[in-house]
Every structure is written in C-alpha cells, then in structure tokens.
Design a protein around this ligand. Structure first.
Ligand SMILES: NC(=O)c1ccc[n+]([C@@H]2O[C@H](COP(=O)([O-])OP(=O)(O)OC[C@H]3O[C@@H](n4cnc5c(N)ncnc54)[C@H](OP(=O)(O)O)[C@@H]3O)[C@@H](O)[C@H]2O)c1
Length: 260
C-alpha cells in the first residue's frame, strides 16, 4: 500500500529517486530533467547529442543533483538495454522512466509520405517507448512509475497532415494501457501517459508560424503552453501523488482536444 501519511505536497517529491529521462538534450526533456532534479531526484539523461547532455548535467550537478549521462538511440533496443543497465549499475535501481524522446513529422500528406520516414517516426516514438520500458522494468522496484510522453494527437486530429506522428502517439496511448495492465499488480510499476498540446521546443519551432496561427484559432486558451505548466503534470504522474492513476492519459493542451 502507498504511504498516504505525508502532506499532499510532499507526495510530489522524488527525493533520492532515480529518474531516467530520454530526449533530455532539448525541448521538453530538458525541462523535465530540471523539474525532477528540483524535487530531489537523481537523474539519468539520455539522447543522441552527448554534448547537450553534458552541459545539462553540469548545470544540474552545480545544484547538487547526482547525474549520469548516456548517449542512446531509443530506436535501437540494445542501446536501451545498455542505458538501463548503466543506470542500475551506477545507482542500484530505476524508480521513474520518463519516456520522452520523440520525432515530429514534416507535414507531408499520406500519398506523398516516404515509407522510410514513416518507419523512422514509429521506430522512435512508439517502438522506442516500448524498448525503453522493457529495458527499465526489470530494474524498477515496487512503487515505480513510467510516464510515456504521447501527444494530444494521440487523441485528436491535427489540422496539418501527420499520419506517422498521430499513429505513433495513439500507439503510445494503447501501449500505456497494456503495460499498465501487465505490470501494475505483477511488478508494482504504474504506467501512464502525458499528452501535451503545443509547447515551445525544437520540434515545434520547425513549423512555428503555422502552429502559432493554428493554436490562436483553435482550443480554448489560444496560446502555446509553457514548460512549467507541463512540468507540474509530469511531477504528478512520476511521483506518489498519482498513486491511484494507472493506464491513464493526462491531457495538458489548453483545451485543444476539447474543441477540435
Ligand atoms: N513540444 C510540443 O508541443 C509537444 C507536444 C506533444 C508531444 N510532444 C512530445 O514531447 C516529446 C519531446 O519533444 P520536444 O517537443 O521537446 O521536441 P525536441 O526539442 O525536438 O526534443 C526531442 C528529443 O528527443 C530526442 N530524440 C529524438 N530522436 C531520438 C532517438 N532516436 N533516440 C534518442 N533520443 C531521440 C532528441 O535528442 P537527440 O536529437 O539528441 O537524440 C531530443 O532530446 C516528444 O515525444 C514529442 O512528440 C511535444
């Protein structure tokens, strides 16, 4: 049973928890790493651009956080296994996996889409999430949490073409439910998905003007979200604060999915 005796805010803390964040070299992943470190976590940073990981690690270590970095391509299962093994060897276990690494799509219409580009998006966004979950689960004790970063487009269509992206993120929502069902009772690992709307990052800056115009016309708040507005949801799902949530998707999208 979860210890419910601490104060509500204390239940959001991750003191001495070991948190793996993939896609920690830019965008949302950098913010997530800073957020979990701010509430006491030890952090394992993964992505392909090692120089970016190292500069974030330096920043976090200066604030007193224990950090491990590891170059990882999440589309390669063996690299996911190596990352999980390195994290467990260094820190003894993995308490939280933030499955954040992802690729956007170019806005190509379905009949023009290059099959190889479709495969690449699915390999990273869907299969990468699965490979990471499989690699980390054996190192995760009872009470652990996996947060899969899906998207509002796992639930609602965008005005712009993005078949591979939408399919991969809807796949993550389904995968989340299935892994939750397999692991909650048997292993004590809760699996949930976080579904952001639009937030500034390298991914969204590629089509920044177009997305900005769309967000102004749709949704309820008519603006991009800010990193801090997503960090609080991430901390909720990662920590014991969400101990009764499992197999769920938490949508943080300024009302996009409520209106489109
Ligand atoms: N920003 C938004 O509005 C938004 C909305 C909904 C969902 N999301 C999701 O949020 C997550 C983060 O995206 P972002 O917006 O922060 O985009 P971003 O700035 O482009 O960051 C993507 C991250 O994923 C990593 N990555 C990409 N391919 C990888 C691979 N094969 N192996 C390991 N890491 C890989 C990148 O690192 P390297 O290139 O160094 O490997 C980078 O750190 C994604 O899953 C995205 O789909 C974002």
């Amino acid at each position: 049973m979860t210890d419910l005796s601490s104060s509500p805010l204390d239940r959001f803390r991750l003191d001495d928890k070991v948190v793996v964040v993939t896609g920690a070299s830019s965008g949302l992943g950098v913010g997530f790493a800073r957020a979990v470190a701010a509430v006491g976590a030890t952090v394992v940073l993964a992505a392909r651009r090692e120089d970016r990981l190292e500069s974030l690690a330096e920043e976090l270590r200066a604030g007193g956080t224990r950090v491990l970095t590891r170059r990882t391509d999440v589309a390669v299962e063996a690299e996911c296994q190596a990352l999980a093994a390195a994290a467990a060897e260094e820190f003894g276990r993995i308490d939280v996996l933030v499955n954040n690494a992802g690729l956007g799509t170019s806005g190509t219409t379905a009949l023009r889409e290059d099959p190889a580009a479709f495969d690449q998006v699915v390999d990273v966004n869907l299969k990468g999430v699965y490979w990471m979950a499989r690699a980390c689960a054996p190192h995760m004790p009872q009470g652990s949490s996996i947060v899969n970063i899906a998207s509002v487009h796992g639930w609602a269509a965008s005005r712009f073409p993005g078949a591979a992206y939408a399919a991969s993120k809807a796949g993550v929502v389904g995968l989340t439910r299935d892994l939750a069902q397999q692991w909650a009772q048997r292993r004590g690992i809760r699996v949930n998905a976080l579904c952001p709307g639009y937030f500034d990052s390298e991914m969204t800056s590629q089509d920044g003007d177009v997305l900005g115009a769309m967000v102004e016309q749709t949704g309820i708040l008519h603006r991009f979200g800010q990193q801090e507005e997503l960090d609080s949801a991430l901390l909720f799902l990662a920590s014991p604060a969400s101990s009764y949530m499992v197999g769920a998707s938490l949508v943080v999208d300024g009302g996009l999915s409520a209106t489109i």
